[in-house]
Design a protein around this ligand. Sequence first.
Ligand code: DX5
Ligand code: ZN
Length: 217
Amino acid sequence: MKIAPSILAADLADLASAVKHCEDGGAQLIHVDVMDGHFVPNLTFGPPVIADLAKRSRVGFDIHLMVSNPEALIDRYLDSEPVWVSFHHEATPEPAHLAARIRDRGVGAGVAINPGTAVDELLPYLEHLDFAVLMSVQPGFAGQAFQAEVLEKARELRATIKARGLSTSIEMDGGIKPGNLHEVAAAGVDVAVVGSGVFAAERPVEALTALRRQANE
Ligand code: DX5
Ligand code: ZN
């Protein structure tokens, strides 16, 4: 399992250092949480901030759009050439269409579902996705408690992906710490997003290195 550190939990006045910490800790993907103050109550990074940050990073970005009407914003976020972009199932009437637009730009497309949304909602268009994001907290803030019920959704989705012969990756996002990392990996998750588990630590580089090691055990 891979670890994608979320810079939402870093010192937001020093994002360049956060990216450096991710690089030094061996991150293979950097998770960037975009919030619009509408789909979620919080407000974070606009396209120019991410574009400038991407120029400083040797590690690719995994942009998580927690925004209403993602189709209106997607192109500007794709301009920073991320590796992956996800948007929320709950935020758009035509997820398959939007995923196709992302893939047309050569970027991996993902759809995120809130803890209260069933995995079944993703199944009609699963083959159009490179990854699915299972939220293990209510989106909006870093530092919330892990909702362990979501592990069952990962097992269910992993079984469906296997049964259909797909290569869709599963990402889990929210509240992941050293104490629940094994359970997350065992449920069939490919990428674990970790915010405060890295950046609230006294030494983020060491925390990330330890998590990566633990994830591969
Ligand atoms: C929550 C975000 C998460 C969050 C993870 O809305 O999507 O990516 O930053 O942070 P922790 O690991 O602290 O829950
Ligand atoms: Zn996220």
